[in-house]
Design a protein around this ligand. Structure first.
Ligand code: UD1
Ligand code: UDP
Length: 364
């Protein structure tokens, strides 16, 4: 089997880290990096420290409007599909790189395979929600991280034969990285952060970064925390802080640092008293690492983490953020929500069984 894997943005490198090892045991993988993320700390660091193979193709699409960024992905990925003739094109998550690959693959004879399928925020103002829905409905094989995600897909009329509940590949990644991060990362010493005594925060959603009222409400609430707050700043957020002339003001109250590599981030998340985030992946990773999460949004795709008490939706509301920062962690046992850490091998096993039976080859 020959698989073309498409990555482009930070969370996809982490997911690819989990899948590539299982895939390359017995199969040929061609790796394509769209170049949606390109700064060293948003891209190269993940390949270097996680041993992700060097991409075979680099499209270099860079930053642009949604339409142009997605279109550049479609054109570049189509050319690679034509040249490589893979059996399957594997895409992760919900970025513009995901959608670009989905459009290109769904019009080729390769199967389109969507990892992290069936997630919904039911907020169509999020570009990711549109990307998810379109990708799921174009895909031939849908890998859902949970039973609920599978039910969502069934509820949208997608055929059962396409849907496979395999668990979450980011759980696989965390299991592979947590101990290594404890040994290898020096970030706590570097930043002089006492384990269990600081708050970790990440903010990068346009809804939060592009609305100055929301951005300042969140950062002010974090600055009021009793504990030190460390914020690895996403480049989108860095740009907004600079545009607003607020960077130095917040740097006096919060530990603003550049984005960190995965091992350092896992170490920070593992050792943090709380995490406040609008990231999708970080909500899950917090759950896996037993760190109580405050989600700086009105809704989430990862609803199970909220229902079991390990995640609280606090929006950009200062009072709810303050309450969440001091609320006790949930007690009692934690449910197993997103599989058993073997999602990647399950994915490969399903793909080995071949194309989905209902697949109809497109005419040339
Ligand atoms: C993208 C994804 C989002 C995902 C996030 C992960 C879409 C629509 N959004 O959002 O789902 O959660 O990645 O981090 O696909 N920039 C740099 N250097 C880089 C990359 C970006 O400076 O290496 C800056 C540019 O100014 C760019 C901005 O960040 O315009 C936003 O980057 P972009 O990839 O468009 O969206 P993200 O906010 O990163
Ligand atoms: N991450 C990282 N360094 C950081 C922030 C995040 O390595 O400074 C990792 C994090 O562990 C997770 C992924 O990047 O695996 C999440 O990416 P992001 O929050 O940018 O995207 P989302 O998951 O919201 O799409």
């Amino acid at each position: 089997m020959k698989v073309l894997s498409v990555v482009g943005a930070r969370p996809q490198f982490v997911k690819e880290f989990a899948v590539t090892r299982a895939l390359r045991d017995d199969h040929e993988e061609v790796l394509l990096h769209t170049g949606q993320h390109y700064d060293a700390e948003m891209s190269a660091v993940f390949f270097d420290e996680l041993g992700i193979p060097e991409p075979d193709y680099q499209l270099g699409v860079g930053s642009d409007t949604h339409g142009r960024q997605t279109a550049d992905c479609v054109v570049g990925i189509e050319e690679v599909i034509e040249a490589e003739e893979p059996d399957a094109v594997l895409v992760y998550g919900d970025t513009n790189s995901t959608l670009g690959a989905a459009i290109a693959a769904s019009k080729s004879s390769a199967d389109l395979v969507h990892v992290e399928s069936g997630l919904r925020s039911y907020n169509r103002e999020m570009p990711e929600e549109v990307n998810r829905v379109l990708t799921d409905h174009a895909a031939d094989v849908l890998f859902a991280p949970s039973e609920r995600a599978a039910e969502t897909l069934q509820g949208e009329g997608l055929p059962d034969e396409r849907i496979h509940v395999v668990g979450d590949v980011q759980y696989d990644a965390i299991l592979a990285a947590r101990e290594h991060a404890r040994d290898a990362s020096t970030i706590l010493d570097d930043l002089a952060l006492p384990p269990g005594e600081f708050v970790l925060a990440t903010v990068h959603r346009p809804r939060n970064t592009d609305d100055p009222d929301r951005l300042t409400a969140i950062l002010d609430a974090l600055a009021d925390a009793e504990r030190e707050v460390v914020v690895p700043v996403h480049p989108r957020t860095e740009q907004r802080l600079q545009d607003l002339g607020l960077r130095s003001e917040y740097a006096a109250e919060l530990r603003l640092v550049d984005p960190v590599g995965y091992l350092d981030f896992v170490r920070l998340l593992d050792a943090a008293a709380r995490v406040a985030t609008d990231s999708g992946g970080v909500q899950k990773e917090a759950f896996f690492l037993d760190t109580f999460c405050l989600t700086l949004r009105e809704e989430t795709e990862w609803v199970e983490t909220v229902e079991c008490g390990w995640n609280a939706l606090v929006d950009a509301d200062p009072d709810r953020i303050a309450t969440g920062l001091t609320a006790p962690k949930p007690d009692g046992s934690k449910p197993s929500l997103y599989g058993d850490g073997t999602a990647a091998t399950r994915i490969v096993d399903v793909l080995e069984d071949g194309p989905t039976p209902e697949r109809v080859e497109p005419s040339p």
